[in-house]
Design a protein around this ligand. Structure first.
Ligand code: 7RM
Length: 654
């Protein structure tokens, strides 16, 4: 097998302004390099010092890392602490009246919660959980809308040492049941309804349905937060109203002092095949990753207003809504609704309204907002913005430039953050006061992250050559195991092929002549065209660079001569073309790709749709497109698909 080839060339580079650099948390490349040298030279004391400086410990640890049961690493493991104490209590002496949460509801109503108020709510709910018999180590599934109470529930679990598992509120009864069952949850927390885009989401009814499917016998109670006036079906032996549960609870709740390695939460990832994996994170190592990466990557300063648009159902909502910002004592916006309601200017309106300075969203959201109104941000005062972030998928240079120029006014560094549910916190991302950015690159690893790109034998590949993205040393916030399946954990993430020594991320990537990382897509999605192994990202970027194109996804299909042919699924900025028009545009786009990156990457076939099949967190599901391209029936699990109706349209577009 030859290495994965890189064919995209991007030469633009954007250093931070002098003013930005001078005020930054990590001010300039010298400071960045000094931290990297420190981490390279003294890996353990680097992380040990960081853990002492950034976390508040009840009992200090005496040992940084225990590798004796590798790859089941233990960090700071004889130390004791509590995550909720670190996120709330320790800010009270100085910042009790600082705003922690600015909640904007679906209908635009705003509620502000101070750190003191958050403390009171978390303590009362934690006491409520205890009154239901929930204790340290019990699993609690949280199936909530994106409201203040979702964060209160997570923090309350952390406070009493219960292990939460948040299930995204858009998941079906079946998906919820599978997760409840795998986790063996004693308690479910939900709402009667959620509200998104003006419509009710029947969370309690779906919860009832999930339990009725069977296999949830461990569940003793369902706590229900009343978000709307609708009256849910009620099982008086099992169901408890949130407001009644907290009513007479004391406003103080002593935190449960946890061991550093006690699990903090489980979060299920669907993965491309098979049963969802319960990614298990630790208490101290995870929190350290969340707190430290937040201040480094977003260059966090105490007056910032942060807004991460992710739902708490995803890892991004765990690390950069619930734990990272609160752990730093920050003020953040949380948003119940969707970016297109009441119209596609919602994000820009909210940035102006709340004077957001640090904004973090997904490339999919950026691309769809470009399609819905490329000039829309210009109607709003976005001058409060300081740093713009992206996460979740490669961002193509075209969307990057739009984000940089139209949203950021050319002033704001773009932090393209590469990481995973499994890594717990950002791994490869520019520190915005130091690392010059390049459109489409997540740039350089954070100090202390030993990322590399290797070939099949585990040897580093040279600059410009693609390979497997790996992390070569254990890292505090890395996944500890797959809940209930340590063997699968070992096989998936520390495979034999690399002697079990490297963490295998599952992405392909290459580095350029400056050592910058470019993610090329999932390894499973790599195409093999005439013996050339091509990542999906570069061909997609070339397509999106065409002014007509809003979004694109490419997959391979078997080809007699070439091995694989390139099939591209394309969404135009304008209406979906049909007939002759479609053929004409397709021909133009094929030539465009050949011209932009070379004949080898030229699509053999282009199909147009109004959208692409995406997961509920906005990732393109290429495995479904692969089946479509091959004319196969879709037999894969589509339960995590946001927009199933699009499959038919793409099928018919052949
Ligand atoms: C945070 C999150 C992880 C996968 C990962 C990549 C892709 C995420 C980027 C990215 C290119 C990025 N966790 N990915 N961020 N690809 N550039 N900045 O998304 O577990 O849900 O997904 O997402 O393939 O392996 S996740």
């Amino acid at each position: 097998m030859s290495g994965i080839e890189s064919i995209l060339k991007e030469t633009r580079s954007f250093p931070p302004s002098d003013d930005f650099r001078q005020k930054a948390v990590i001010p300039g490349m010298e400071a960045y390099n000094a931290l990297c040298d420190q981490a390279n030279g003294q890996y353990l004391s680097f992380w040990g010092d960081m853990a002492r400086e950034l976390l508040s410990w009840k009992k200090p640890f005496s040992r940084v890392l225990d590798e004796s049961a590798a790859p089941f690493f233990k960090w700071f493991d004889d130390g004791q602490l509590n995550v909720s104490y670190n996120c709330i209590d320790r800010h009270l002496a100085q910042n009790a009246n600082k705003i922690a949460l600015i909640f904007e509801a679906d209908d635009g109503a705003v509620t502000r919660v101070t750190y003191a108020e958050l403390h009171r709510r978390v303590c009362q709910f934690a006491n409520g959980l205890k009154s239901l018999g929930i204790k340290k180590g019990d699993r609690v599934v949280i199936y909530m809308p994106m409201v203040i109470e979702a964060i209160v529930a997570m923090q309350a679990c952390a406070r009493i040492g219960a292990i939460h598992s948040v299930v995204f509120g858009g998941f079906s009864a079946g998906a919820l049941r599978d997760r409840v069952q795998d986790a063996g949850a004693r308690l479910l927390i939900t709402a009667n309804e959620g509200l998104r885009g003006g419509k009710g989401v029947p969370l309690k009814a779906t919860t009832d349905e999930a339990i009725a499917l069977g296999g949830c016998d461990t569940v003793e109670h369902v706590v229900v937060y009343r978000r709307t006036d609708s009256e849910p079906a009620w099982d008086a032996n099992r169901d408890v109203w949130w407001h009644q549960l907290v009513e007479k609870q004391p406003e103080q709740c002593e935190p449960e002092w946890m061991n550093a390695e006690d699990p903090l939460f489980i979060l299920y990832t669907s993965g491309s095949t098979g049963k969802p994996k319960g990614i298990q994170h630790s208490t101290a190592g995870y929190l350290l990753g969340a707190i430290n990466s937040f201040r480094w990557v977003f260059d966090y300063r105490p007056n910032d207003v942060f807004w991460c648009t992710a739902d708490v159902g995803w890892i991004t909502g765990h690390t950069y809504v619930c734990y990272g910002p609160l752990g730093n004592g920050a003020t953040q916006v949380i948003f119940e609704g969707v970016p297109t309601y009441p119209d596609a200017t919602r994000f820009w309106r909210m940035i102006e309204r709340h004077k957001v300075s640090l904004f973090y969203t997904a490339p999919t959201a950026i691309r769809s907002l470009i399609k819905l109104g490329a000039d829309a941000p210009k109607q709003f005062d976005l001058s409060s913005l300081r740093v713009l972030g992206t996460v979740g998928e490669p961002i193509n240079p075209e969307a990057w430039m739009w984000y940089y120029e139209v949203v950021g006014g050319g002033r704001c560094p773009i932090v393209d953050t590469w990481w995973q549910t499994e890594t717990g916190s950002a791994m490869i991302a520019p520190l915005p006061g130091a690392v010059p950015t390049k459109p489409g690159s997540c740039t350089l690893p954070l100090p202390g992250v030993m990322a590399d790109i290797v070939d099949e034998s585990g040897a580093p590949v040279e600059a410009g050559k693609g390979g497997f993205l790996v992390i070569k040393k254990p890292f505090p916030s890395l996944v500890r195991t797959i809940w209930g399946d340590p063997e699968r954990f070992k096989k998936t993430y520390f495979p034999e092929e690399f002697d079990g020594k490297f963490y295998l991320a599952g992405d392909s990537a290459h580095r350029d002549e400056n050592g910058y990382f470019w993610i090329m897509g999932r390894i499973d999605d790599v195409l093999n065209v005439s013996g050339h192994r091509l990542g999906t990202m570069e061909i997609e970027s070339a397509l999106v660079a065409n002014p007509l194109v809003a979004e694109a996804a490419v997959v391979g299909k078997p080809h007699e001569i070439k091995g694989e042919a390139v099939v591209a699924f394309v969404v135009l900025k304008g209406p979906r073309p049909q007939g002759d028009e479609a053929r004409k545009v397709a021909d133009n786009l094929k030539q465009w790709v050949a011209h932009e990156i070379g004949k080898i990457a030229q699509p053999d076939e282009i199909r147009f749709g109004e959208n692409l099949p995406k997961t509920r967190s906005g990732k393109i599901m290429r495995r479904l497109l692969r089946s479509l391209a091959r004319g196969e029936e879709i037999v894969q699990d589509v339960s995590t698909l946001e927009n199933p109706q699009i499959l038919q349209q793409l099928q018919e577009s052949a």
